[in-house]
Design a protein around this ligand. Sequence first.
Ligand code: HGY
Ligand code: MN
Ligand code: MN
Length: 417
Amino acid sequence: MVAAPGENMRINGDRLWDALMDMAKVGPGIAGGNNRQTLTDSDAEGRSLFKTWCESAGMTVGVDKMGTMFATRAGTDPSVLPVYVGSHLDTQPTGGKYDGVLGVLAALEVVRTMNDLGIRTKHPIVVTNWANEEGARFAPAMLASGVFAGVHSLEYAYGRKDPDGKTYGEELKRIGWLGDEEVGARKMHAYFEYHIEQGPILENEDKQIGVVTHCQGLWWLEFTLTGKEAHTGSTPMNMRVNAGLAMSRILEMVQAVAMENQPGAVAGVGQVFFSPNSRNVLPGKVVFTVDLRTPDKEKLDRMRAKIEAEAPKICDELGVGCSVEAIGHFEPVTFDPKLVTAVRNAAERLGYSHMNIISGAGHDACWAAKVAPATMVMCPCVGGLSHNEAEEISKEWAAAGADVLFHAVVETAEIVA
Ligand code: HGY
Ligand code: MN
Ligand code: MN
């Protein structure tokens, strides 16, 4: 066995960048990014393109019953577990070109480079495209990797509905990507995920590589407030049962709870539904999701308890009904120290500046870490901006992280001379 790839071994940055730009043409957004939401026709188109690329690289593609794609490059020893490496091709409705996509296409680039260099490894390599990482259309986020890790049942996942009432199971069948593999039947020797940071730290610290040691935990708390539909013009202020006002006061309270728990806590709301959502009707129902995160488990649960205790008091003052359901959760994650070291050693071997970092965003690696040793590699993004069509990275950043991924994956998969 060769201990590790030579420091001169690098991926083909131009080929990686071309793949990113070609995939970005599938499901374009309206401002230069992407809208390739889970289980839409554009998701299906992106999946087919990715499958073609994998097969051209000599890999065989399997699909499980959640629609997650697994492209396998054989190892020399079929008796050992594969090294998995991947991320997600689905995007936010106003997503960028790199969130998730960089990790999937960099994993493909690792295999393409291994083919170019004639590298054989003891462990197979499996390039993975997890279905529904974003949770934008079907909550919660990381749904398919959650089923894979045994956190969600397949039945729960199939029943998740989008805002139009369509279910995950129906849509997966409709786009023709319902696979036959049992979800979670695959066992992993290790899992790597390469991802843009989606925050400002690496760029501000002028570091090329994030050595991801942890990921912060999350709660998604879906509030349903019940007011009384009434005329916005003729209803006196003292007669209103104003669910919209209650929501705004709850958002202020959520902000205050996050600020009371600095540093290292975030909370906010990205999605609100008013019903009937008519300009001159006070809402009878308001539904919104609080997204709460921190790397500290005790703080995470304490903040959730505070928010869930304060919200009903706010609503009571206004005569508004209040119910809450936790629709998403994962505890803070500690990634595998051995794999974290492999990433750090690769960055050093390749001469890339690097720093330890805690992931602010959630990733499929968080669930993979429940069933296998897992870790991540990060690259900076411009202005720390993500979940915005203006998300941007440099070609050099993309390639540097992919080089580190290549070295860490190939080393873990054990090169056969
Ligand atoms: O919400 C997240 O952290 C991820 O982008 N799904
Ligand atoms: Mn992502
Ligand atoms: Mn995302």
